[in-house]
Write a protein that binds this ligand. Structure first.
Ligand code: TEU
Length: 552
């Protein structure tokens, strides 16, 4: 297997709006990130991924870009960016940008031009359709509720937007659009960035006959109609040939709607397309037919199976990625752990899973201190456009029976803002994120969940991450080692073996609030490398959320 830095590295995702505000305007910024690089380095991180920092009217917090060659005013200037990149490289770390090219902002110059007239040179940069018998071109729904088509009075046609109406989809059929994207990529790579996380890359190629959807189930719609379109591999191969191939850069596609069976078409060594995919099996695991605001129960086995099916397929000729949360999903400890009675133990157990399974791990900002979901009680506290749209449509469909409290309860569990509250640095006001008034309220638990407190506590989640990362870095077995999962009688106990050049590592995890017997003899020669319980282990029993790592 080919050895590379992006297989061996650990990624840390920054959501710049919420990371650190340096100038008191309540919004995180690049100088703020610079001031916290030492924290990230102390963790042992190798690669930073920044959610979008380009010029944007922020309808979807930067995922609606109006100028790909400028830094968002809220975040700073190009000089700040150059300094940030220099400071990152100086520390031996690398930087990935977020490439959002399925759509632009409607305020992008291309769209401003495109809408002016049907024969504008930029018209074909987007997807326009005439009304059919005075109606919508088809019944495609947007990810964020309502139709995916928006009528534009000026030219009396609809444009396609799979996300908000301020995020018109680019027309990838148009070779000029593709060349524009390659230029953007070259611009940032030539500046020295080390690769891209590519937003909804699986959605670029649209089915050109735009067939109507025949189900309400949103995940099925993504699979059948939106993702893996007819020309996707041609586009990605072209992108590789034209751009990526000429740089030592990593490409990580956000793979919404890519099933494990199709993984190798994107990341197979022979494909010359992408290096890795962020897949969604476990991220959509509790989404019901109507999506995230329609949560449903799932089994632990189905959770493990997501990782196993991807790993089995990628084992020979691809590479995987491991993550349990990002800016679009609830906090991992609240979602997959127990953020009450076993907050610390379960946060550490989840960290163990992320950092020992085969694949490049990505840690989302704040997870290294076990940040949790936020109990916002009023709709005014929320900021996410997806949530507001869901709020409006639930209200609209309720025939005057709308139950705001019931909606908020689901939002507290499922909403994207859970992951977007300010990073908790200290126990000072707003968690030390800003000296001004933050764009979104801090989680009130910053008084005891914060970086400063955890730096001082040797038993903290932060120090557990450090130790874990230290262990991972000592042995390439964690990177290139084979992986064998051993599932026993007890569903909650998850164990796997990593093996490389005769060296063996065992990971044992108890995903439950109960004591579980292991049904498994720990070999006498096994040495305990790390556990999330500080006192001596009790042999054949695992305590609630206990995680252990052994070496042979
Ligand atoms: O997300 C795409 C995506 O499919 C989902 O994870 C999603 O965020 C949506 O909430 C489904 O419920 C990417 C970005 O990560 C997200 O922040 C953007 O809003 C979206 O693309 C549009 O650019």
């Amino acid at each position: 297997m080919r050895k590379t830095w992006w297989k061996e590295g650990i990624i840390y995702q920054i959501y710049p709006r919420s990371f650190k505000d340096s100038n008191g305007d309540g919004v995180g910024d690049l100088q703020g990130i610079i001031s916290k690089l030492d924290h990230i380095q102390a963790l042992g991180i190798d690669i930073l991924w920044l959610s979008p920092i380009y010029q944007s009217p922020n309808d979807d917090n930067g995922y609606d870009i109006s100028d790909y060659y400028r830094i968002m005013d809220d975040f700073g200037s190009m000089e700040d960016f150059d300094l940030l990149l220099e400071e990152i490289h100086k520390r031996g770390m690398r930087l990935l940008m977020d490439l959002v090219v399925n759509h632009t902002s409607d305020e992008h110059m291309w769209f401003q031009e495109a809408r002016k007239s049907k024969d504008n040179p930029y018209r074909d940069y987007y997807v326009w359709k005439a009304p059919v018998d005075g109606e919508l071109p088809n019944n495609w729904p947007s990810f964020f509720g309502g139709s995916a088509w928006e009528y534009d009075d000026l030219t009396e046609e609809y444009y396609l937007h799979l996300f908000t109406r301020k995020q018109p989809d680019l027309n990838w059929e148009n070779p000029k659009v593709r060349q524009e994207v390659y230029d953007i990529m070259r611009f940032w790579l030539d500046k020295g960035v080390d690769g891209f996380r590519m937003d909804v890359i699986s959605l670029l190629s649209k089915q050109q006959d735009f067939p109507p959807v025949t189900t309400d189930n949103f995940q099925e719609i993504i699979l059948k109609h939106y993702a893996n379109g007819p020309r996707i591999h041609e586009f990605l191969q072209e992108m590789y040939e034209e751009v990526l191939h000429h740089y030592d850069a990593v490409s990580i596609g956000e793979g919404v709607g890519i099933p494990a069976e199709k993984a190798l078409e994107y990341v197979g060594d022979d494909r010359k397309e992408l290096d890795m995919i962020y897949h969604f099996g476990h991220m959509f695991i509790d989404h019901g037919p109507m999506g995230r605001m329609d949560p449903t129960a799932y089994s632990l086995s189905s959770f493990y199976e997501v990782f196993e099916s991807w790993d089995n397929i990628l084992a020979e000729k691809g590479w995987g990625s491991i993550y349990l949360g990002n800016h679009d999903f609830p906090r991992m400890v609240s979602r997959f752990g127990d953020d009450q009675a076993y907050w610390k133990e379960s946060a550490k157990l989840l960290a163990t899973l992320v950092l020992t399974l085969r694949g490049t791990p990505t840690i989302y900002q704040g997870d290294e201190i076990g940040m949790t979901n936020v109990p916002f009680n009023s709709i005014e506290d929320y900021r996410d456009v997806e949530l507001f749209n869901a709020f409006q449509s639930s209200k609209g469909e309720s025939n005057g029976q709308f139950n705001v409290q019931a909606f908020i309860q689901v939002a507290q569990k499922q909403g994207r803002d859970n992951a977007r509250t300010p990073m908790q640095w200290t126990d000072e006001v707003h968690g030390g994120f800003t000296k001004g008034s933050p764009w979104i309220k801090a989680n009130p638990n910053f008084t005891y969940i914060n970086v400063e407190a955890q730096q001082e506590d040797p038993d903290s989640i932060f120090h557990y991450y450090r130790k874990l990362i230290g262990i991972r870095k000592k042995d390439l077995a964690w990177i290139y080692g084979d992986q064998t999962v051993m599932r026993g009688e007890v569903e909650s106990v998850y164990r796997f073996l990593r093996e490389f050049e005769g060296r063996k590592k065992y990971v044992v995890l108890n995903f439950s609030n109960h004591i579980q017997s292991m049904h498994w003899e720990i070999p006498v020669e096994a040495k305990l490398l790390l556990s999330n319980y500080s006192d001596e282990d009790r042999g054949g029993e695992l305590r609630p959320w206990e995680a252990r790592i052994y070496e042979m």
